[in-house]
Write a protein that binds this ligand. Structure first.
Ligand SMILES: *[C@@H]1O[C@H](CO)[C@@H](O)[C@H](O)[C@H]1NC(C)=O
Ligand SMILES: *[C@@H]1O[C@H](CO)[C@@H](O)[C@H](O)[C@H]1NC(C)=O
Ligand SMILES: *[C@@H]1O[C@H](CO)[C@@H](O)[C@H](O)[C@H]1NC(C)=O
Ligand SMILES: *[C@@H]1O[C@H](CO)[C@@H](O)[C@H](O)[C@H]1NC(C)=O
Length: 414
């Protein structure tokens, strides 16, 4: 009897093992077809995205599938990336009355860039249609240079409720970009009050200069410690001598998602999605400039992760308001202008306002030398009673080269 039982058990074990073998074979073939399916899916996505673009042009459907669209295009992005992506990916967060200012920033991006662009516009619901209509109203040749995706102001799905309780949505959106745009490798985040005075691909190229531990690039908050804010007033740690300004922030988001960040809350290093909430809880009573302060705290503890670019990549009134203190801009001109503190819209810094208005008023398709540069130089002449006005040749130094280069391309094509 025992002998039969043993034989029976042996049979069971053997048939179980052979079943296992069959399953594992099956599984591996299934995996293969899955791979194929995914690849085909990727290709199909691209065409469905295109039809999405067509649909969007019909007014009635315009507002609907924003978030979905975004996901689609991200999937396209990753499939395109494999054949070396030459686009610059540019993100902005626009709330309240920032529509016109944001459009002028995007305009400056397309005017001087020669490589294709992708815009990621995070905006309040009310602004979505205006953004879409404005961008779709630009001339066809200009539209051919870029694609765009419009997003709701949003938090990562995990812990969405807690995020919402803690963070002012518009102000802190940029912190969440690596977690929201999961399929995007790298991104240039800029404030709405940025103006590009040279092609976007030039700052984009700095990504390739990152060493293996760097994942973000920003400019110092100040050149001159005597008038610096962080070193005089901050009640929290900050990066370097004077802190960093996050108005122009280049990010390798793949590395943000992979990195474990050192911090002063736990002995263990934390991932990006884990660090933001406890950091905010700890410092919320001590921070003044919101998310920029959080970035300063993080890079204080992880200085090897930051690539610091010089001030001409993020040139603010602080660089000229009491006299010129951005040495690199004196040599090479301003690359990116940052009109913070509302200077594009009041009379405090007329030189900044002059650049904004010249770009805003320039009609697409006109000669940039006669319809942008010359009017700008004329209006800068009227600002020499201010310190920044006296430095305003720096505002046009690089811009002139950008314009000459674009105009030459146009003449060549004719
Ligand atoms: C925009 O997207 C379309 C469709 O996916 C693509 O054919 C085109 O090359 C893209 N343009 C740019 C500038 O990336
Ligand atoms: C970002 O970092 C990842 C991981 O190190 C790397 O594979 C990728 O090429 C980087 N992206 C760019 C644009 O340099
Ligand atoms: C916040 O600021 C106060 C006053 O300067 C300081 O005593 C406190 O340690 C700070 N809190 C943190 C978490 O650094
Ligand atoms: C990358 O550069 C930063 C800044 O110069 C430096 O602190 C860091 O040690 C470098 N990392 C590597 C791996 O060389």
């Amino acid at each position: 009897m025992r002998c039969y039982l043993l034989a029976f058990l042996l049979c069971m074990v053997l048939s179980f093992l052979s079943l296992l073998y069959v399953f594992s074979q099956l599984a591996s073939t299934l995996e293969d077809t899955d791979g194929w399916a995914a690849r085909e899916h990727g290709i199909r996505d691209r065409s469905s995205h295109e039809s999405g673009r067509l649909l969007r042009k019909m007014p009635g459907l315009a507002g609907l599938p924003d978030r979905g669209e975004g996901l689609d295009s991200e999937r396209v992005d990753s499939s395109v990336k494999k054949h070396s992506d030459e686009r610059s990916h540019l993100a902005v967060v626009a709330c309240g009355s920032r529509l016109e200012e944001t459009l002028t920033m995007l305009k400056s991006a397309v005017l001087f860039s020669k490589k294709p662009l992708h815009f990621y516009v995070f905006a309040e619901e009310e602004l979505h249609n205006s953004f879409r209509d404005a961008l779709k109203s630009w001339p066809r040749v200009v539209q051919a240079q870029f694609n765009f995706t419009i997003y709701h102001i949003t938090f990562p799905k995990e812990n969405e409720k807690e995020w919402k309780k803690l963070f002012k949505p518009c102000a802190s959106q940029r912190l969440f970009l690596p977690l929201i745009l999961k399929e995007v490798d790298s991104l240039l985040y800029v404030d709405t009050d940025i103006l590009f005075l040279q092609p976007v691909e030039h700052i984009w190229a700095l990504l390739t200069q990152f060493n293996s531990s760097q994942l973000a690039a920003m400019a110092p908050e100040h050149e001159e410690p005597r008038i610096g804010w962080y070193n005089r007033f901050a009640r929290h740690p900050y990066y370097g001598k004077t802190g960093i300004n996050s108005g122009v922030m280049l990010m390798n988001m793949t590395r943000f998602r992979e990195k474990f960040f050192k911090n002063d809350m736990t002995a263990a290093a934390l991932q990006w999605e884990e660090i933001l909430m406890p950091l905010f809880q700890k410092y919320k009573l001590n921070i003044t400039w919101g998310d920029q302060d959080l970035l300063n705290i993080i890079f204080h503890h992880n200085p090897e992760s930051l690539y610091v670019f010089p001030c001409q990549w993020n040139y603010r009134p602080d660089h000229c308001i009491y006299g010129s203190n951005c040495k690199q801009a004196e040599q090479e001109g301003v690359f990116i202008l940052h009109g913070n503190r509302g200077v594009y819209h009041d009379d405090k810094q007329p030189a900044f306002r002059a650049v904004y208005e010249a770009i805003q008023k320039y009609p697409f398709g006109e000669n940039m030398e006669t319809s942008l540069l010359q009017p700008l130089e004329a209006s800068l002449q009227t600002t020499t009673h201010t310190y920044c006005g006296r430095s305003s040749h720096l505002f046009t130094k690089r811009l002139k080269q950008s314009i000459t280069s674009v105009q030459q391309d146009i003449t060549k094509r004719r």
